[in-house]
Design a protein around this ligand. Sequence first.
Ligand code: ZN
Length: 396
Amino acid sequence: MDNSRRHPVLRLGDTGPAVAEIRRKLVMLGLLPDPGEAVLDPDEAVFDAACDRAVRHFQQQRGLNVDGLVGRETAEALEEARYRLGDRVLSHQVSRLLRGDDVAALQRRLLDMGFNCGRVDGIFGADTAQALRELQRSLGVTPDGTCGPETFRALDRLARTVTGGHHQNLREAEALARSGPRLGGKVIVIDPGHGGLDHGNVANGLTEASIVEDLAARVEGRLTATGVQAYLTRAISARHSRRTNVDDESRAMFANEARADLFISLHVDSHASPLPNGVATYYFGTDRWGQSSATGERFAELVLREIVARTDLLNCGTHGKTWDLLRRTRMPAVRLDLGYLTNPGDAARLADPSFRDVVAEAILVAVQRLYLPPEDDAPTGALRVDSLWAESGSRS
Ligand SMILES: [Zn+2]
C-alpha cells in the first residue's frame, strides 16, 4: 500500500503532546486502559508497545491499513470515532463536511426509517441534509436539515421499529438493474493511481506509474470500443498543474463530478520482502458501521476471479476498506493491487505488455459481467471481448 501523504506520522517510540492526544483518544475508545486519576505530563507521553497494539487494533476495526502508524487517515479516523450521536449539533457545512461516527449513526437511523441519504459513510453531505429535512417534516420538527437538540429529542421519542439496514444495498441493486446490461452509455472512471512526478512504487527496474498508466490506456481503449464513456483521472493533474501529487480525495471528487457508474483504481503493491506476491481487490466496506457497497464488493470479486482465471497471479482476496478513495466516491469503487513490484515473478509478468493486455481484458469482462443479468452471466474466464462487442451493439 502507499497511501502516504505529507502529514506528520507518529509511530512506536515517539513522545510528546501529540502522542498524549492519541493515547487519550484510544482510552476513550476503550482500546487502552484508563490511567485513572494519575495526571500525566503530555510531554512525557510515550508511543509504547501497548499504544502500538491499540493503534493496530483500531486500524483493523476501521478497515484502515494495519501498520501501527498514525498518519493523516488514522488521525482523522481517531477524531471521528470519538463522536456519539447527540454529542454535537450536526449540519451540512459546505466548507468542511462534518465527519464522524455520530454522522454514521444518524445516516443508519435515516436509512432504517426509509429516508434515502445515500450510503452510510459518516460524512454529512447534501444527501444527508436532504434526508434529514424529510425526516424532520415527518416528525413535525422544523425542517432545517440541522440535527440539534429538538431533532435528537424527536428521534429519542421514536420507537426503533425498523431494524433492517439493507435498504442501501437494495437501492444499489435496483439502480444496477435499471441501468441494464448494455455497456453503451455507462460512465466509467479509470484511475491510474500514480503518474507525472509521482512514480509510486519503484523496484526491479520498473515504476508503478508507468505500469498503471499503460494498463489504464489499455482498459480505456477496450471500454471505449464497447460504447462506454471512459475517463482517466489523469485529467485532474492537468487541471491542477502546480500539484504534483493528486490525493485520493481529488480522485474521488473527479469521479463524483463525472457522475460515474463505476470507478476503478489501478495500483501495484510493494513490500520490504521480495516474497509477497499476488493480486488483491478492495471495495468500500467496514464491519464497524455494518455497511458496505454490495455492488463494489461484487465487482471486486468478479475482477479478481477473472484476473486469477486468466493469469497465474496468486489470489490474495477481496477486502472491505474505508480508504478515502473508496469512501468518498459516490458510486461503486474498486481498487486493484495487481501483484508486487518487489516480487521478481510478479515484476517479470508486469513488465510484459501481453500480460497487461490479458489483465485489461479481464477487467473489461468483469465490467460486462457486473451489468449482465444473473441468468445471462457466463462462467469465469469464459467471456471473450469480441462477443461483448457483438452484444453491446455500439461498436464504433
Ligand atoms: Zn500505488
